[in-house]
Structures are given as C-alpha cells and as structure tokens.
Design a protein around this ligand. Structure first.
Ligand code: F6R
Length: 271
C-alpha cells in the first residue's frame, strides 16, 4: 500500500481529484468506482471545478457506486443516488446511462445484487475505485465481521451505524436497517484503489488498516492484499500510524527511483 500523508483534508481531497483526473486523461472511458460520505466531497468539488473551468471530459466515463440504502428512492434526500446527483453528476457532462448506483427499490434485491456484479463485469471491471473509511474500518457498507471475499449483497447495518445515521433522518425508526453494498471481494477486484481518510476520528481505523492484521473485524485491512492501493491521509488521520516517518521517507525518495534506474541502464549500456 502506498501511504501519502498530506497536511489537511483539503490537500487529501485535491490530490484525490488529481489522481482521478490523470486516469480519465489516460483512459477517457474509465470505469470509476465512487463512494459517498463527507470524505470525497472536496474531491467531487474539485472534479466539478476541473470540468467547468478546464473542460475535463466525463462523457465516456462509466461509474459504479459502492452502496445504497435499501428502501430509499433515488429522490429521497438521504439516498446515495441523490447525494451523487447533488455533489457530482448534475454538474459534469456524464452520460446518465453510464451511471450505476445500486437501486434501493429493487423488487428482488438478491437477484439485483447479482446483476450489479454482472454489470461491473460487462463494463470490463472497475479501473479505479475511490473509497472512504468508517471509524470502525468499514469500506462500502461492509460492517465489521463482513466476509473479506463478499460480493455485492444486502447487508444488515449495525446498531451503531443506524444510530449514527439517525441525525440525518427525522428519527431513528426512519433510518434504513439494510443496504445494498459491493462486497469486500468486489472492491478488491478493482485494478487500482484510492482510499482517502481525514480527521482524527479515522486515525485508529487507518492504523489498523495499514499496520494491523488482515481481519474481518476491520474490513479495510483486506486492502493489504491488493497490489495497487494508494492511501491519502491527512496528518490527523495518519497520527496513529507507527511507521509514519518511513512512509514520508518513501515519498521523499520516490522521485529519485527513476533516476537511479536510468543511471544503471546507461552504465550497463556504456553510455
Ligand atoms: C459510502 C461508503 C462508506 C463511507 C464511510 C466513511 O459510500 O461506502 O464506507 O466511505 O462510512 O464515511 P465519511 O466519509 O462520511 O466519514
């Protein structure tokens, strides 16, 4: 896992947007996995700005969102479909047919989850998956205890998640108890993963994800087994990483790696 530590949440968000932009410029028909929540908001603002001021073209980009509450229509202000429209899709030139957010209203949710997996496969698989992380180390709605090989499915939310979410609804009884979420196994099939984390409340989850054992108790820890994960954390979210100094050292030396390799090649060729 490549760990990049930035001073504040703002730099985390902007760097996230820059990485997504590089991917779109390299592959205009990028298959992009997206997350909701407060963490990616700065990234989405920045992508909108890059589209509106710099003409970043989303017309061929295909998106797959991680999750949606079961039972909420896309028009519900707390639905993730609504969140994505408000914060990204309504402000860029994405083709609506290329947007995939799990449907909270599927009549056969289990069959629907299988078809969501099929849609991802048919699109050629996710090139870049954007993730946030929960305080308990969840990714998507894969609550602690989720199987690390799980696929898109209906997941029962923990009591804590329901209570946390109550602030966004009129009362706790209105908070959905179930969600459709990509599984940890679905997420780790993405070719590249971009995990963003900001704020002190994420510090323990970040440390457990990067340096703890791979465990269903911290579902994000499965990312240790993925060959291409970039974690961008702000100082606060990185504050409990034991090897912080080493991660910074790696970043400081990164630009020299290519120089060393090309010098060796030149020497070998006698140039
Ligand atoms: C949202 C999602 C969740 C969030 C996580 C962090 O689609 O999949 O896993 O990324 O709960 O949420 P925030 O960013 O609000 O702290």
């Amino acid at each position: 896992m490549e760990v990049i530590i930035e001073p504040t949440a703002k730099e985390v968000g902007i760097m996230g947007a820059n990485i997504i932009t590089e991917h779109i410029l390299r592959k205009p028909a990028l298959v992009l996995g997206l997350a909701t929540g407060s963490t990616p908001l700065i990234t989405y603002n920045e992508l909108v700005r890059k589209h509106q001021d710099g003409g970043l073209d989303f017309s061929k980009v295909v998106t797959f969102n991680l999750d949606e509450y079961l039972g909420l229509p896309p028009t519900h202000p707390q639905s993730y479909a609504h969140f994505m429209n408000e914060n990204l899709f309504d402000h860029i030139n994405i083709d609506r047919q290329n947007i995939h957010v799990p449907s909270g209203l599927a009549l056969d949710p289990h069959g629907y989850c299988e078809s969501y997996e099929e849609d991802i496969k048919r699109s050629g698989g996710i090139d870049l998956q954007l993730l946030g992380i929960g305080r308990d180390g969840h990714i998507g709605f894969n609550e602690p205890g989720s199987s690390l090989g799980s696929r898109t499915r209906v997941k029962t939310l923990t009591r804590e998640t329901v209570q946390d979410n109550a602030t966004f609804f009129r009362n706790e009884s209105e908070v959905p108890r179930f969600a459709i979420t990509m599984g940890a196994g679905t997420i780790t099939q993405a070719r590249r993963i971009l995990l963003l984390a900001s704020g002190a409340s994420k510090a323990e989850a970040v440390a457990a994800t990067v340096e703890g054992p791979v465990s269903a108790s911290v579902t994000a820890s499965v990312l240790q087994l993925h060959p291409d994960v970039i974690l961008i954390a702000d100082e606060e979210a990185a504050s409990k990483l034991e090897r912080r100094a080493y991660y910074r050292w790696i970043q400081e030396n990164k630009s020299q790696v290519n120089g060393v390799i090309s010098r060796q090649i030149r020497e070998r060729l006698g140039m």
